[in-house]
Write a protein that binds this ligand. Sequence first.
Ligand code: NAI
Ligand code: 13P
Length: 361
Amino acid sequence: MSENTRPGDGQSPPASSEGKRSVAVLGGGSFGTAMAKVLAEKGHTVHFWMRNQDQVLELIEQRTNSRYMPGVEIEGDLHPTTSFASAVADAEAVFVAIPSKAFREVIRTHASDFTDGQIVVSLTKGIEREGFKLMSEILQEEVPRTRIGVLSGPNLAAEIVNRELTATVIAAKDPEMRRTVQELLGCDYFRVYANVDVYGVELSGALKNIYAIVSGMAAALDLGENARAMLLTRSLAEMSRFAVSLGANPMTFMGLAGIGDLVVTCTSSKSRNYRVGYAVGMGAELDDAVAELGQVAEGIHTLLLVKEKAESVGIYMPLVKGLYDILYGGASIRAVINGLMTAVQNSDVEFILPRTLSGQG
Ligand SMILES: NC(=O)C1=CN([C@@H]2O[C@H](COP(=O)(O)OP(=O)(O)OC[C@H]3O[C@@H](n4cnc5c(N)ncnc54)[C@H](O)[C@@H]3O)[C@@H](O)[C@H]2O)C=CC1
Ligand SMILES: O=C(CO)COP(=O)(O)O
């Protein structure tokens, strides 16, 4: 599809003045920029908070964020700022795109700036080490009087900024909140579906990053199309086994936030996690691959936490274990693949035919 014919290009009617609402986006990286752009183009007043003053100035003067989204201009009523309090003060909804490592610290530092009943939506796909907490759980602890939700799905920022057709999922218990987020974000290139399984949607978004690293590695080794399908399917089996054991709804994994996000992240070199896996598969050291990326690849961190958690609750996760052995245990990729391929053969869909525990495959 050419730039001129993209559904959102100039044909997307901006929100009418009565549809114009005030929102905030926290985090000046790739995804914060993409979501600020969607919201501003929809015609809302967007308060865009980031810590870097130079980035704020560039956004004000040139309407670009060249460090994270070179060549992308943001139109509309955008208010970039380093003042957290002024960003969230009048916002009906606050969208948080802060990497998981800094998420609690940022929210805790500014907790008193949030207002009671304000909608706060996490866009972050990661897990906190201490207590294996998801971002919505952190929000619940730090800003308990807000209304909390999670947005997750196959949402590559690099495509959203070009108005390429995208769908996502808002997960929240409160139906009114789900509707509000659908209204705020939905437009002719961005569709928002709803789910009530907050835990499943959120955990799925974090887990798929691990498998994107694995897939990137497999692509570097040119393992073939059958292998790619096997890997994707067994990744889905493994992540859903883990998440369901912790309380997620298995059906969530059939949706956009499950299989949808897994497919896009495991098959696209636009995914940072996939790129890290690819680089390691080509022989790079992990630290060099991450440094070269210059952006967050949550899966590296999530891998450690999930490996630990899976062992502590006794969930069999051979792909997580294999990736951990490669990245942190010095195992060769070929030896790990060989181990996986020669493990005892087991059931395909374990929700239909339960896995035999002796045949850990
Ligand atoms: N980029 C993408 O395509 C998507 C990303 N996400 C998720 O969004 C989250 C954020 O990722 P990106 O924006 O892509 O990362 P990024 O690496 O592009 O940017 C991270 C941003 O966070 C800021 N940051 C880091 N520590 C901070 C702190 N202590 N205080 C204030 N700001 C801080 C950085 O300055 C930077 O602006 C991640 O959890 C990621 O998984 C979710 C969907 C799509
Ligand atoms: O979550 C994403 C797409 O849905 C982005 O994935 P990466 O963080 O690997 O770029």
